[in-house]
Ligand binder design. Structure first.
Ligand code: ZN
Length: 235
């Protein structure tokens, strides 16, 4: 069912407006017996607008207490510390990328930019939402690190990697010797994984066994953002 139909079925008034504030994403407002969802369309990106709609529907469906939720860009990141925002993000991810539709492809598809892009296009979500959802199900030892102007903004890993390695932390800086940095400052465009010193990204190897690491990064120079895919091999 489309999200707009769900809004109608619950008598939710939905409106879009360009607010001129890139940090404001959307709101859920409860007033005089009415529920209103507003979405900021400053950035005309279908994936971003879809995620915001689903996130606000999350506040509604999960019965979060409060008259008004004003959700910012940081509220929509998995790194947010606010429990309601985390729950709304999880709801949005599951709503837009339902398990029964994405699990089997995520489990075994190559963990690369083609898979991420095709899932993003098929389900009209950003590449970042797609890659985190793939990691929910992928059976391989993979991770993703998002960075902006060299500062780490997102970190995620597949279930099989959790508890086996620690990666660089949110707010930290990417290594000058990483391919990510190279992609950001030169014209390097990677077309697959390349071997890299594990210490570039991994801060701790809990198992102590020898590991090797491969990196596959792509930069968007206009925004300064880089998405880095990592493949860990345990020997
Ligand atoms: Zn929110």
């Amino acid at each position: 069912m489309s999200i707009n139909r769900i809004f109608e079925n619950h008598n939710i008034i939905y409106d879009e407006l360009a607010y001129g504030d890139p940090n404001y994403m959307g709101s859920l407002i409860r007033a005089k017996g009415k529920t209103i969802i507003l979405v900021n369309t400053d950035i005309k990106n279908a994936g971003r607008i879809n995620f915001t709609k689903a996130h606000e529907l999350g506040h509604f469906s999960l019965n979060h207490k409060g008259q008004q939720f004003e959700c910012s860009r940081t509220d929509m990141l998995d790194s947010t510390r606010k429990p309601f925002e985390l729950e709304a993000n999880q709801f949005a991810k599951e709503f837009l990328l339902p398990e029964q539709m994405v699990k089997s492809i995520s489990m075994s598809a190559p963990f690369d930019f083609d898979t991420i892009k095709s899932m993003g296009n098929e389900f009209m979500v950003s590449k970042l939402v797609a890659v985190f959802r793939i990691l929910d199900f992928h059976l391989g030892d993979y991770a993703v690190i998002g960075s902006n102007h060299g500062v780490i903004t997102q970190v995620g890993m597949s279930k099989s990697l959790i508890g086996r390695v620690n990666l660089l932390k949110l707010g930290g800086l990417i290594d000058n010797n990483s391919f990510a940095k190279e992609c950001l400052i030169s014209n390097l465009r990677m077309n697959g994984y390349s071997t890299i010193d594990p210490n570039t990204w991994i801060t701790r190897n809990m198992r102590g066994s020898t590991i090797s690491l491969k990196e596959y990064s792509r930069a968007d120079k206009s925004s300064g953002s880089v998405m880095t895919l990592l493949k860990v091999d345990f020997k």
